[in-house]
Design a protein around this ligand. Structure first.
Ligand SMILES: Cc1ncc(COP(=O)(O)O)c(C=O)c1O
Length: 463
């Protein structure tokens, strides 16, 4: 990032961050990043972070939906300190350790369904998806995976092959996999069938299911898994009709396909329920979790039907650091905080207020095209014309920059990079929540009244 070119456009001091930015370019490959702002994060506490120059920000990104309980929650810090001083980890591949067992017992209790369950652990959403697909293929003896366009599942080889938002040509070169079928995710706002899915969810379900049924029939007897995000996160926070999720469950049951509920971004209270799929009243076979699970430490989990996870031969779920004691301690504390602070309820309440607030602003700003929200899973789509719904990435980036300038971390995502991504900690205090709304108000005004220079846009890579 050419941070020096941005200096004339910001009132902040960014020189110390700038030094770090310059050093990064020399040693870290660009493929590791999709950069937004010229800031190096130095400190985090609760809903706030500070950069290397001492600038303060309210965090509406939470490191990509990681800090559901906020930065450095005292209970998480204490659990990590306690564990790290006794035993960092000893591989459970060869011996035993209580920590991952306690966490598995705790996590299993959160999953709907009365069947016997188990859980397994690794480090990232990507490896969680890989493991779930390995387990589904092992259990069924089949190869094909039904996945969705514009989905994001990760950057390990298998998870990349089922990620829809990355171009097929790149995947064909890097990780060719003939056993993945991509289907259209039924976005109620904008879809290829021209259906208004808010007004007529059943018609949208019918259209989307026709394609799923066809794919299942084409590969009958060879479909191992259906992999779906219950809300498509990086696709722009899309919520499919509930009837679609139910129809998918019926189809997978009928065809003996493993239903993998990919909750890396949506899980652990953010949607107002433990798991976003609970809104759909659907019981999946496997859930993949990561991001918020470790409370800031790298941890993923696959939980679900014991018979599916048990179908993998040893050591196909073994990693040296699997069930890492410190990470599991942090996760156990995180789950306890979600319960003790009633964070699912808080997510529901704050999310509803945030959506209502945006609905009110939509009367003033015609570029607010769609407001999508369940709990604090939220996206606001920015368009240049409400009738044509033409995506306006430039306006979304202007709002994002103006928010940053005012001290709020609010980035964009979505297939067209035009959706504002709102993901604060679930326990954001009221005063910071109100302050953030004021900042968004100012940012909408700055962006719409031409106070954000277009020169800035060339420097924000964005989705
Ligand atoms: C829905 C979803 N799945 C999987 C992943 C991959 O997780 P990780 O980056 O931890 O490997 C992400 C990351 O953004 C995600 O949003």
């Amino acid at each position: 990032m050419d941070w020096k070119a941005l200096v004339p456009h910001t009132s902040k001091s960014i020189a110390r961050s700038g030094e770090i930015i310059d050093r990064e370019g020399g040693v870290l490959p660009g493929a590791m990043a999709i950069k937004y702002f010229p800031m190096a994060v130095e400190r985090g506490q609760g809903s706030l972070v500070w950069d290397a120059d001492g600038n303060r920000y309210i965090d509406f990104l939470t490191s990509a939906a990681v800090y559901n309980v906020g930065h450095c929650h005292p209970a998480v810090v204490e659990a990590v300190r306690d564990q790290v001083g006794r035993l960092q980890n000893y591989t459970i591949v060869y011996f035993y350790n209580d920590r991952p067992i306690r966490l598995a017992e705790e996590l299993i209790r959160t999953m709907p369904g009365t069947f016997p369950k188990k859980a397994t652990f690794a480090f990232s959403g990507s490896d969680g998806v890989d493991g779930a697909i390995r387990a589904a293929r092992s259990f069924t003896g089949r190869r094909q995976v039904l996945a969705f366009r514009n989905s994001y599942h990760g950057m390990t080889t298998t998870s990349l092959s089922v990620t829809g938002i990355v171009g097929q040509a790149v995947k064909d070169r890097i990780c060719p996999d003939p056993n993945v079928v991509f289907l259209e995710y039924p976005d109620p706002y904008r879809n290829s069938w021209g259906i208004d899915g808010y007004r007529d969810p059943e018609a949208l379900t019918e259209a989307a299911m026709a394609a799923v049924e066809e794919a299942a029939a084409t590969h009958r007897g060879d479909v191992a898994a259906l992999l779906i995000e219950p809300a498509q996160g990086d696709g722009g926070m899309l919520f499919p009709p509930r009837s679609f999720m139910k129809a998918l469950r019926e189809l997978t049951e009928r065809e003996g396909i493993v239903f993998i509920d990919e909750e890396v971004q949506t899980g652990l209270g953010r949607s107002g329920r433990w798991w976003a799929i609970e809104h759909d009243d659907v019981v999946p076979d496997l859930i993949v979790s990561a991001k918020a699970l470790g409370g800031g430490l790298p941890l993923s989990a696959i939980l679900g039907r014991a018979e599916i996870l048990d179908s993998l031969p040893s050591p196909l779920l073994a990693y040296t650091h699997t069930g890492h004691a410190v990470n599991c301690a942090a996760a156990e504390a995180t789950l306890a905080v979600i319960r003790a602070e009633a964070l699912t309820e808080k997510a529901e309440e704050k999310g509803r207020r945030l959506a209502d607030w945006f609905r009110e602003r939509a009367r003033r700003y015609p570029f607010i095209g769609d407001i999508r929200q369940r709990g604090l899973l939220m996206g606001v789509e920015i368009v240049s014309d409400r009738k044509t719904k033409a995506p306006d990435k430039a306006m979304a980036l202007r709002i994002s920059w103006a928010a940053w300038e005012r001290g709020l971390l609010l980035i964009t995502f979505g297939r067209d990079g035009n959706v504002l991504r709102l993901a604060p900690p679930l326990n954001i205090p009221e005063d910071l929540f109100v302050e953030a709304l004021e900042m968004i108000d100012g940012a909408l005004d700055d962006a719409s009244s031409g106070r954000v220079s277009d020169e800035i846009l060339a420097h924000l890579k964005g989705w």
